[in-house]
Ligand binder design. Sequence first.
Ligand code: COA
Length: 157
Amino acid sequence: MYPGSFDPITNGHLDIVNRSIKLFDEIVILVAANMRKGGSWFPVEERIALIKEAVGNNPKIKVESWDGLIMDYASKNNVNVVIRGLRAVSDFEYEFLMAAANKRLNDNVETMFMMTGESLFFVSSSLVKELHKYGSDISHYVPLNVKNKILEKGTKI
Ligand code: COA
């Protein structure tokens, strides 16, 4: 499974999905809550709809949301690998701690890290929000459906 807050999904996330799908029979993109983050930009249902549109109709990719610990989702759904993207060294400490905590919660699940593509290593949902707020073009960073949804919202964040 590929868990995240995906608020919204970016081309960096899609890069990870497209590369992971070559390695696994099936991937669940799991929209979960990150307690360290404040209010969300898109409600969960909208994030799910945007992800589904962006990944298209691929029977190997499922999109779901989860309200609890991702390791509980893993136990209930027979998931044995968590994928996370690593963009820069700054991601490492947070990811390392999360992987260790998750391992302690469920020893049957391994976290695997994938390096984000070099043209997208600096992308984040916050960067997209900030660029959009100041009127900059976000086409390089998000899929077209996400860009359109953001434009619909205007500059309200
Ligand atoms: N390309 C581009 N951007 C990326 C990226 C990539 N490959 N990987 C991460 N990001 C960005 C995101 O855009 C996001 O940016 P933002 O902080 O500006 O919003 C940030 O990096 C991280 O977001 P994302 O990968 O979507 O997920 P997250 O780090 O917010 O997700 C959860 C964390 C949801 C997986 C984690 O909090 C969790 O597991 N929650 C459930 C509860 C739980 O089990 N807790 C126990 C944890 S030990």
